[in-house]
Design a binder for this molecule. Structure first.
Ligand code: NAD
Length: 364
């Protein structure tokens, strides 16, 4: 398929290639859809094997952000940037400031933030050159989004338990958390406070030990955590936790966790969970607390307002589950339906607005 055919099929508005000889900056910015507002999504630094691989990644990730921002109810479209290079050698103040200057040329159509291999210090450099950046360090922004992401996952687990198990509290439930890093450990705190019996696993034994000491968690090997005898399995490590070999072994009737890209093969694995009667909280819906936090930073940060909006993940998931049951489709498809419905309805509203405001012959 040719490039423009691909953009047409995936629905992208714009793709920008950026290169700067002096700093070695090579980047691609994907702007997928700006119906709801400026395209927002993180900037990923990765040593791609080829330019084609980088392009494929930015197209896929920017489209994902359109859905994530839409279903979270934000006035933001979807975009993403990838910087091509070795994270150990390519980073410099000059590179990130140059990237920031390029963002100015887009006039705010794309707003960047942190992603894989990028930290708040890198984003602070970008912010020296442009205001089209969010997710800055505590010095000037909202800081680490992980606590708010974890809070959203907690509300999402509550909603999923309410729907599947018809319980309005978590007390006495058994929950297995895979990965107790930034998101997982804050999630464990909320769950322990709610009276949950925790089982955890992590490749870093110091992190699981901390959960034992703080919350009396049980520890399982990383190879067994998905098959724990629990009510809820919460993937909070890397992607693809839900795959052909793990799904048949899951004993929980709910999968709800913070990790991105949990389904290894989206369509097949989403259907397998449905067939096994396991209710899956779509990853990009339940882990939207981080992007909601970044949105609030753009508005002028108020931590309480960010937390209040993050709590709406509860109702959004209930809407997704109702849609999935009505249409008899897996929940990851139902969340796309909910997102597309919001974009379509606002696209119609935007065209009405434009038909009045943007007519050059109107002399008001
Ligand atoms: P992190 O690196 O702080 O934590 C990940 C943890 O998983 C680490 O402790 C790591 O040792 C552990 N781990 C790695 N492989 C494992 C395995 N095979 N089994 C068990 N544990 C393993 O990252 P994080 O910020 O907590 O993010 C976790 C997930 O949530 C990622 O998928 C990320 O994309 C997603 N996410 C994070 C945020 C956020 O605000 N940080 C927002 C949205 C989504």
């Amino acid at each position: 398929m040719g490039l423009f055919d691909q953009l047409n099929t995936m629905g992208h508005e714009q793709v920008v290639f950026v290169q700067d000889k002096a700093t070695g900056l090579k980047a691609i910015i994907g702007i997928h859809d700006t119906t709801l507002g400026p395209a927002l999504g993180g900037c990923r630094l990765w040593n791609y094997a080829s330019d084609e691989e980088a392009l494929t990644d930015v197209l896929r990730l920017s489209r994902g952000m359109t859905y994530k921002n839409a279903v979270a109810g934000l006035s933001l479209g979807g975009g993403k940037a990838v910087i091509i290079g070795d994270p150990k050698t390519v980073k410099s103040e000059a590179l990130f400031r140059t990237f920031g200057r390029f963002l100015n040329s887009l006039g705010g159509r794309y707003i960047t933030a942190e992603d894989v291999n990028i930290n708040t210090q890198d984003m602070d450099y970008v912010a020296m050159e442009t205001r089209y950046v969010s997710g800055l360090s505590n010095r000037s922004g909202s800081g680490d989004p992980s606590p708010v992401t974890a809070l959203g996952v907690y509300h999402g687990i509550r909603a999923t338990v309410a729907h599947k198990l018809k319980r309005d509290h978590l007390s006495g439930l058994r929950i297995a958390v895979q990965g107790v890093g930034a998101v997982g450990r804050y999630l464990c705190g909320h769950l322990a406070e709610a009276g949950v019996q925790l089982t955890v696993a992590d490749i870093d034994p110091a992190k699981t030990q901390a959960m034992v000491e703080l919350y009396g968690a049980k520890v399982l090997p990383v190879t067994q955590i998905h098959a724990a005898d629990v009510d809820v399995f919460a993937p909070c490590a890397l992607g693809a936790a839900l795959n052909d070999s793990s799904i048949p072994e899951i004993k929980a009737t709910i999968v709800a966790g913070g990790a991105n890209n949990q389904l290894a093969v989206e369509q097949r694995n989403g259907q397998q969970l449905l067939d096994r009667g396991i209710l899956y909280a779509p990853d990009y819906v339940i882990n939207a607390g981080g992007v909601i936090n970044v949105f609030h930073e753009l508005k002028g940060y108020n931590a309480e307002a960010a937390k209040r909006q993050t709590a709406t993940i509860y109702d959004t998931l209930l809407e997704v589950y109702a849609e999935a049951e009505r249409r008899r489709i897996p929940t990851h498809q139902a969340s796309d339906v909910v997102a597309e419905r919001r974009i379509q309805s606002l696209r119609a509203a935007a065209s009405l607005r434009h038909s009045y405001d943007n007519q050059p012959w109107l002399s008001r």
